[in-house]
Design a binder for this molecule. Sequence first.
Ligand SMILES: Cc1cc2nc3c(=O)[nH]c(=O)nc-3n(C[C@H](O)[C@H](O)[C@H](O)COP(=O)(O)OP(=O)(O)OC[C@H]3O[C@@H](n4cnc5c(N)ncnc54)[C@H](O)[C@@H]3O)c2cc1C
Length: 376
Amino acid sequence: MLARMDTHSFDTVVIGAGIAGATAAAHLAADRRVALIEAEEAAGYHSTGRSAAMWIQNYGPATVRVMTGLSRGFFDAPPPGFADAPIMLHRPVLFIAPEEQMAAFRGVLGAGIGLRQIAPAEAEAMVPALRPGWVRGAAVENDAFDMDVARLHQGFLRQLRARDGVLALRSRAGRIERRGGVWHVEVTGGAVFRAKVLVNAAGAWGDVVARLAGVAPLGLQPKRRTGVIIDPAPLDVANWPMINDVAHTWYARPEARTKMMVSPADETDLDPQDVQPDELDIAIAIDRMQQALAIEVKRVEHSWAGLRTFTPDRELAIGWDDTAEGFFWSVGQGGYGIQTSPAAGQLVADLIAGRVPGALGPVLATLDPRRFRGAR
Ligand SMILES: Cc1cc2nc3c(=O)[nH]c(=O)nc-3n(C[C@H](O)[C@H](O)[C@H](O)COP(=O)(O)OP(=O)(O)OC[C@H]3O[C@@H](n4cnc5c(N)ncnc54)[C@H](O)[C@@H]3O)c2cc1C
C-alpha cells in the first residue's frame, strides 16, 4: 500500500520536468489542476539542459518536421509575458557534402523544405575555415535559428505556476499504482500525488516509469550524444552558420559568440543514466571537424553528453496507452524535443481534453503510442 500521509489530489500528474513535461503541464494547467513532479533538484538537469539548442526544419522524420513547423510561430511570437527577451536568434544551417556524400546530398536536397543549393565557393565564403576543395555539395536552410532553451523551459514552468500548477522538485516517482480509477504516485519522501490522468514525460526513463505503473514499455532507446566546446581563435565565428555534413557524422556551431560547439553526432545505446562524455567521442568530434575545417584546437574547454531517446521508428510517441486507463505517453523526443515542444505540449493538452487537434489531425496515427502495440 502507498503511504496515505501527505496526499495531494490533482486532475493530472505529469512525471518529468524536462521540456516535454514542462510544456505539457503548462498547457494542461489552462483548464485543470496539474502537478509536475521531477526527480532532480533542478528541472532540465538531464537532456533538456544538454542540447545543441538549434531549430532546424530539415531534421528528423516526417511527422517531426510537421511538429517542428507547427512550433515555429511560438518561437517567433511567444505569448505576452512568456519571456523577458527573445527565445530565438537567427542562424542559418549550412549543409555540406564531401565527394563521398554526394548521393546523400542529392537525397537531402530532394526531400528538403526551403533548402537552397549554393556553390561550394559560396559555402567557403560563409565559413572561411572550410578547406579548399573539401565541399562538393552545399545547401543553406536560411530560416533556422538558435533557441534559448533555458528561457523557453523557464517560460513554460512560469506559465504552469501562473496557472496554479505545482512543480515538485526532488520528487522521484518510486511507486505508481492505480486504485479506484485514480493513479497514486508516491515520490521521494513519501508524499503521494493522486490524479485520474498520469502523463509519462520521463525522457530516457519513459519505459522505467511505465514499468513502475505496470504498463508495458514501448521499446524506448536512450542514445548518448556528445558536445565539445573549443576556442577557434583567432577566427571570428560569431556570424557563421551551423555547419552540418549531410551524412550527419559531425556538426559544429558558434557558441556564445567566440567559441564553437562541435559534436561527432554519436548515437551510443545506453540505459537511462546521468550520462558523461567519452574521451574517444571527444577526439572523434575534433578529428571529423578538422577534416573539413582548418581550425586549430589547442584544448577542449568543456565537454558534456546527454541522452537522446528514440522510439523504435524515431517518431515521437504522444497519446493514450491502450492497456492502462488514464495513462498518457509523451516520450521519444530524440534529437528534436526542444524544437517540437510548443506543438507537442499543445497536442498533449488537446488529446487529454478530448479536443480535435487541428493541424495535427492527419499525422496523429504516426504519433500514437499504440502503433507499437499492433492495435491500430
Ligand atoms: C547533445 C544533444 C544535442 C541536442 N540538440 C538538440 C537540438 O539542437 N534541438 C532540439 O530540439 N533537441 C536537441 N536535443 C534533444 C533534446 O535535448 C531532447 O529531445 C529533449 O531535451 C528531451 O526532453 P525530455 O523532457 O523528454 O527529457 P529530459 O529533459 O531528460 O526530462 C525528463 C525528466 O524526467 C525526470 N524523471 C525521470 N524519471 C523520473 C521519475 N521516476 N520521477 C520523476 N522524474 C523523473 C528526469 O529527471 C528528467 O528531468 C539534443 C540532445 C542532446 C543530448
